[in-house]
Design a protein around this ligand. Structure first.
Ligand code: AMP
Length: 206
């Protein structure tokens, strides 16, 4: 078989691919009304983790259930419906679990925002304060093209320090941050104020 016929075969298979990579599914079914209640019931409170006084919101029971994991992703997808989004940025590490599934379903790119020292290529970085000391997040310099519309996803919004530094980094590389989305928000910590004026959406509020 000559190169031309090989080429035309490759083109043909591209054209008849089963997956429509150009789709921007606004076709997400509306969530069942009791889904959020079921998700809330599955979040496990772990007192004094990782240190005394913190009640850790453990989302692993959601991940471990096919129905609940799907329901959590559907909540994000419903919130993305109708928006022209170019990329999802997910925060290290639980933001990867939710953000990558959302990006996959939307057929758009996923960008990991990682703790310092984990990304192999050139990075932009932003420092932020934790309860004790400082931390730093990094983003590959070429992960976002200037002007791309971004939705930021993480499992939980607490004080907002992490996601505010994520927002800074997204803007530093030229991204337009449309919205920040969280499965869980600890409202008493007022984290959304740190993200202003970025719109903030969360599904389970405590
Ligand atoms: P913050 O920067 O204070 O908004 O913290 C948000 C980040 O820390 C998220 O990536 C969360 O996964 C994690 N986090 C903070 N507090 C908790 C908590 N109580 N339970 C679970 N994860 C938490």
């Amino acid at each position: 078989m000559d190169a031309r016929s090989l080429m035309s075969r490759a083109d043909k298979s591209r054209n008849t691919a089963a997956v429509d990579v150009s789709k921007r599914p606004a076709s997400v079914p509306a969530m069942a009304p009791d889904s959020l209640q079921k998700l809330r019931a599955a979040v496990r409170d772990v007192p004094d983790f990782p240190k005394a006084g913190i009640i850790f919101k453990d989302i692993t029971p959601i991940l471990a259930s096919g129905a609940l994991f799907r329901a959590s992703i559907d909540a994000f997808l419903e919130q993305c419906r109708g928006k022209a989004i170019d990329k999802i940025v997910g925060i290290d590490a639980r933001g990867f679990l939710f953000g990558s599934a959302v990006a996959y379903e939307l057929g758009i790119g996923f960008v990991p925002l990682r703790k310092k020292g984990r990304l192999p290529y050139k990075t932009e970085s932003a420092k932020y304060s934790l309860e004790y000391g400082e931390a730093e997040m990094e983003l590959h310099i070429d992960a976002i093209v200037a002007g791309e519309k971004i939705v930021l996803i993480d499992d939980l919004l607490a004080t907002g320090g992490t996601s505010a530094s994520a927002a800074t980094l997204i803007r530093k590389v030229g991204g337009i941050l449309l919205e920040a989305q969280f499965l869980i928000e600890l409202e008493f910590l007022h984290g959304r104020e740190k993200l202003a004026p970025t719109p903030v959406v969360s599904f389970l509020k405590y």
